[in-house]
Design a protein around this ligand. Structure first.
Ligand SMILES: Cc1ncc(COP(=O)(O)O)c(C=O)c1O
Length: 374
């Protein structure tokens, strides 16, 4: 079932009666936090990505922050990440008093270029935050090898990639900690929310303690064994997460089919379409981002599409050029040319699991009018 609308929005969550039923059940139980629903959600999530453990948290951002604790990032350390990502991938380093170091990206996958990562390593490098941008898996064989060679911890920012596969295995099952996010524009949502999946028992215990004010498994409510945070996910959100996970395969399939329709409809328009899957990379469709020709004014295209009722977004600005980054570190244009070029030319189109075919046709027709065919 799809929904056709006058204004075509960028994203929309898929909420159904089963989700409502699950949330209502928790609401009526009166057990709104630290009840049995959280662990049920975590078990389903761990199974869905093939990880041993899942720790639900209140957002993807705090999941990344906890991972910085997990791998021991300290003030003065450097953390390498992608400039072509959401700001949280870099902010997590700053929260620790560490410095984010950006390595440039591949112009087609939009993910970190392993050679650039290796070139960015210094004696102060403590961790790499690899991002699976737009749901496309990063180059894990190369990145893991680099991390092992240099004794660097790897954290995977999979916030945009639930259900994606690298070399035939779902992201989250490759051994290193992976972070997930469930804001309503994501493949599945819990309202706000996130999770960290891990392979090791010790890492999971630490995450569970850190998100719950540093309580230890053995301690009572007002005993705190370490400095922690309140990064818990409440049970209402976890209940919604269960409903979403129950239909995750359907969600992913529907998104794949909407992406395939765009592929057909945009074939004659002069834009670079998202990279197709190959034997090592299976994308989980998060957003549908096209790259415009270098001589096209992207912002003018967005304005014209908006006038035709088509929402778009300039996905993604380069993080190092955000004003606070320039102020903090003196970053500027020209530092990361590939990322900067992608940032100037990429644009997200309306995309969600139940986007109607006729709305996609309207988007494609509008885009074809604005950007003449080849
Ligand atoms: C790559 C990436 N990392 C981290 C996050 C942060 O997730 P949240 O918004 O749940 O804090 C997002 C969310 O947009 C993201 O896309």
């Amino acid at each position: 079932m799809s929904i056709a609308t006058d204004r075509i929005n960028l994203s929309a969550p898929w909420i159904d009666e089963r989700d409502e039923e699950l949330v209502l059940e928790v609401l009526r139980s009166g057990w709104l936090s630290l009840g049995p629903t959280g662990p049920r959600f975590e078990g389903l999530l761990a199974d869905a990505v093939g990880a041993q453990h899942a720790a639900a948290v209140s957002s993807g951002t705090v999941g990344l922050h906890l991972c910085m604790h997990l791998v021991g990032v300290e003030p003065g350390d450097e953390v390498i990440t992608s400039p072509y990502s959401f700001v949280a991938s870099a902010n997590c380093a700053i929260y620790m008093g560490a410095t984010p170091v950006f390595a440039d990206i591949d112009p087609h996958t939009f993910n970190l270029d392993p050679e650039a990562v290796e070139a960015a390593i210094t004696p102060r490098t403590k961790a790499l935050v690899a991002v699976d941008v737009f749901g496309y898996p990063a180059e894990y064989d190369e990145l893991i090898a680099i991390c092992e060679r240099h004794g660097i911890a790897l954290v995977e920012d999979s916030c945009e990639a639930l259900g994606a596969e690298y070399k035939g295995k779902r992201l989250g099952s490759h051994g290193h900690p992976a972070v997930w996010a469930f804001y309503p524009n994501k493949q599945m949502t819990t309202g706000e929310g996130g999770a960290v999946t891990t392979a090791g028992e010790g890492q999971h215990e630490l995450l569970v303690s850190l998100r719950n004010q540093g309580r230890l498994e053995t301690s009572s409510w007002l005993q705190h064994g370490r400095l922690g945070f309140n990064y818990r996910l409440d049970d209402l959100s976890a209940a919604l997460g269960i409903g979403q996970l129950e239909k995750l395969d359907r969600i992913l399939e529907a998104r794949r089919s909407v992406a395939a329709s765009y592929g057909e409809l945009l074939a004659g328009v002069d834009v670079e379409l998202p990279l197709a899957d190959d034997e090592n990379h299976v994308r989980s469709w998060f957003v549908y981002v096209v790259k415009l020709p270098a001589d096209v004014d992207r912002d003018a295209v967005m304005t014209r599409l908006s006038a035709e009722g088509v929402a778009t977004a300039p996905y993604l600005p380069s993080i190092h050029l955000q004003s606070y980054m320039r102020e903090l570190y003196g970053f500027g244009e020209g530092m990361l040319p590939v990322s900067e070029d992608c940032s100037a030319r990429t644009m997200a189109l309306p995309f969600h699991a139940r986007l109607a075919r006729e709305d996609q046709e309207r988007v494609a027709e509008a885009l074809a009018r604005v950007i003449p065919g080849v």
